[in-house]
Write a protein that binds this ligand. Structure first.
Ligand code: SAH
Length: 510
C-alpha cells in the first residue's frame, strides 16, 4: 500500500514570512495540514485548494486535542496514504513535543521529516530589539520552560546553577509564573536590578513589550494585564532594546490591514503594507475571470477579429490588458493587427502592462481617471473614428458616453468579469469580531459591495455593524462614494489612484 508521509514543520514565530523554504513547500504539497494556535493561519493560503485542514489548537488551558490524540492522528492520516504537514509554532523541537510525534511515527514505520523553524525564543526578542547574545554582555543563553512551578515539590530546573551559569535566560510559557521565576532567580543570586523584558505576540501585529527588573516586573505584568503567549528575557541584553527597538519604528507597526482586492492583484499592496511594518490580511472578495456570458465572449471575439479597423484602443486597467492579451493569444491573433490603432493607457501601471507585451502606449494621461484619459486624447479625436474600449463588466460609463457625444463610434467589450468570493472568510470574521482588524482597504467600488455581500453570505446579518470602528482607506473618489453610500466613514484617501498612494495615505498623520 502507498504509505503517506509526515512533515513536522516549524512555522516560525508568527510573521508569515519567517518560515523556511522547505516548510513552505511542505504546506504547498500537503493533502492534510494539522496546525495549532501559534502557527499563523495566514500560512495556510499556500495550501492546495483541495487540502484538508485540521485545527488541533492548543489554548493555554484548553487542549482541543490531547497530545497523544495528535500523535495518533498523524499516524492514522499517514497510514491512509496521505501527505501530512504538521505545522507547529516556532521550531518544532523547542518545547514543541515533536519528539513524541516523531517517536510514534517511527514506531509505525511512517516516513517523516523534521523541518526546523525560527524559534520564538530567539526571534521574538530580536523583533523587540533584544539580541539574545552580545559580546559586551553575555556569551551564553538558555531557553527554559517557565511552565514548571519552582515552588512545586517537583521542579526539573536547577535554579541555582542556571542563575550562576547562564548569561541571558529566555523563558517560554512563563507569563503566569513570572512572580515565581523572578523570586527564584533573586533567591539564587541574580541581582534584583537585572533587566527583564516580556514580549507578547512577537512578530505579529499585536506585538507588545514591557520591560522592568527582576524586582518590579511582576507588578508591571499585573498592572498591564499582560497575558500569554509571551517570551520572557532576563539579562543585560534587555538594555539594548532602548537603542535597538526597530519594529515599533515602522510607520504601520501594530496595524492589521485587510486587503480585499483579488488575490491575483493583491501582491503589490500586501508587500507595501509589509514593508512599512503592517500586517496584511488577505480577504479577496473578488476573483477575475473571462466573461461567463456567451454573448459577452462573442462580442469580444468579434471585436478582436476586427482589430485592424480601429483608430483607437483605450485600455483602462492592468486587468483589462491582461485579459485582452490572453484572449488574443488563445485565439491565435497577432498583436500586429493592432498596428493601425493609437493606443492609450489610463495610467502608468496599465502602460507598464502594455510595455511588458511589447507595446508602448501612444498616450499616457497625467490624471488616472476616465476624465484624464479623455483630456489627454481629446485633441486628436475626430468624429467618425472607431474606438475599442475593452473593459470589465462593471466599468464606468463616463468615457464611452463622452466619446459618443464627440461623434466617435465606440465598441465596448467585456474582457473580464468580477465574481464574488468568500475564501478564508471565517478567519476574517473572527478577526473583525475581536476588533483585530484596524484598517480595511478598498481598491474599487466592487471591493466595497463584495465585502458587504461576502460577509452576508458568511452568515453575518448586519455586516455594517461588524465594520463599525474599523478605519477605511479608499483608492479613489468612486470607491469612496460607494463606501459613503453604505454610511461608512472614510479615514484615509489616496491622493492618486495608485496602491502606493493608498499606502502613503495610511502613513501620513490624519
Ligand atoms: N516551539 C515554539 C515554542 C512552543 S511553547 C517555539 O520554538 O517558538 C509556546 C510558548 O512559546 C508560548 O507560551 C510563548 O512563551 C512562546 N511563543 C511562541 N510564539 C510566540 C510569539 N509570537 N510571541 C511571544 N511568545 C511566543
Amino acid at each position: 500500500m502507498n504509505k503517506g508521509r509526515v512533515y513536522l514543520v516549524g512555522a516560525g514565530p508568527g510573521d508569515p514570512k519567517l518560515i523556511s523554504v522547505r516548510g513552505l513547500e511542505a504546506i504547498q504539497k500537503a493533502d492534510v495540514i494539522v496546525y495549532d494556535r501559534l502557527a499563523n493561519p495566514r500560512l495556510l493560503k499556500h495550501r492546495r485548494p483541495d487540502a484538508e485542514l485540521i485545527f488541533v489548537g492548543k489554548l493555554p488551558d484548553k487542549h482541543i486535542l490531547k497530545q497523544e490524540e495528535i500523535n495518533h492522528l498523524l499516524v492514522d492520516l499517514a497510514l491512509q496514504g496521505k501527505v501530512v504537514t504538521r505545522l507547529k509554532g516556532g521550531d518544532p523541537s523547542v518545547f514543541g513535543r515533536v519528539g513524541e510525534e516523531a517517536e510514534l511515527l517511527a514506531e509505525h514505520d511512517v516516513t517523516f521529516d523534521i523541518i526546523p523553524g525560527i524559534t520564538s525564543s530567539i526571534a521574538v526578542p530580536a523583533y523587540a530589539g533584544i539580541p539574545v547574545t552580545h559580546r559586551n554582555f553575555t556569551s551564553s543563553f538558555a531557553i527554559i520552560t517557565g511552565h514548571e512551578y519552582p515552588n512545586k515539590t517537583y521542579s526539573g530546573l536547577d535554579w541555582e546553577n542556571l542563575a550562576k551559569a547562564i548569561g541571558t535566560m529566555v523563558f517560554l510559557m512563563g507569563v503566569a509564573n513570572i512572580e515565581q521565576i523572578s523570586r527564584e532567580l533573586i533567591r539564587c543570586g541574580k541581582p534584583p536590578e537585572t533587566p527583564v523584558a516580556l514580549v507578547r505576540w512577537g512578530t505579529w501585529a499585536d506585538q507588545a513589550t514591557i520591560t522592568g527588573t527582576l524586582s518590579d516586573i511582576t507588578e508591571k505584568v499585573r498592572e498591564a494585564e499582560f497575558k500569554s503567549p509571551a517570551v520572557i528575557i532576563v539579562g543585560e541584553v534587555v538594555k539594548l532594546r532602548e537603542k535597538l527597538a526597530w519594529v515599533e519604528k515602522k510607520p504601520l507597526f501594530g496595524r492589521r490591514i485587510l486587503v480585499t482586492r483579488a488575490r491575483s492583484q493583491a501582491s503589490e499592496l500586501v508587500d507595501l503594507i509589509d514593508d512599512f511594518g503592517g500586517e496584511a490580511v488577505e480577504f479577496p472578495v473578488i476573483r477575475l475571470q473571462p466573461p461567463s456570458q456567451p454573448e459577452a465572449q462573442q462580442a469580444l471575439d468579434e471585436a478582436l477579429d476586427k482589430l485592424p479597423t480601429y483608430d483607437w484602443i483605450l485600455l483602462t486597467s492592468v486587468n483589462g490588458v491582461e485579459f485582452f492579451f490572453n484572449r488574443l493569444r488563445q485565439r491565435g491573433i497577432d498583436v500586429r493587427s493592432m498596428g493601425n490603432a493609437r493606443i492609450a493607457a489610463v495610467g502608468p501601471k496599465t502602460a507598464e502592462a502594455l510595455a511588458e507585451r511589447g507595446i508602448i502606449a501612444d498616450v499616457l494621461p497625467s490624471k488616472y481617471q476616465g476624465e484624464g484619459m479623455l483630456e489627454a486624447i481629446q485633441g486628436d479625436l475626430r468624429a467618425g473614428q472607431k474606438v475599442l474600449l475593452p473593459t470589465a463588466d462593471l466599468a464606468r460609463d463616463y468615457l464611452p458616453a463622452k466619446l459618443r457625444e464627440l461623434g466617435l463610434q465606440v465598441t465596448e467589450v467585456d474582457v473580464y468579469e468580477n465574481v464574488l468570493t468568500t475564501d478564508d472568510g471565517d478567519e476574517v470574521i473572527h478577526l473583525l469580531q475581536n476588533q483585530s482588524i484596524h484598517i480595511i482597504t478598498f481598491t474599487s467600488s466592487s471591493t466595497v459591495t463584495n465585502l458587504i455581500e461576502a460577509l452576508k453570505q458568511l452568515g453575518i446579518e448586519e455586516p455594517l455593524s461588524l465594520l463599525q470602528g474599523v478605519e477605511i482607506a479608499c483608492i479613489g473618489p468612486k470607491t469612496a462614494e460607494t463606501v459613503r453610500q453604505y454610511g461608512l466613514p472614510i479615514t484615509y484617501m489616496a491622493e492618486e489612484a495608485t496602491v502606493r498612494s493608498l499606502v502613503q495615505s495610511m502613513i501620513q498623520p490624519k
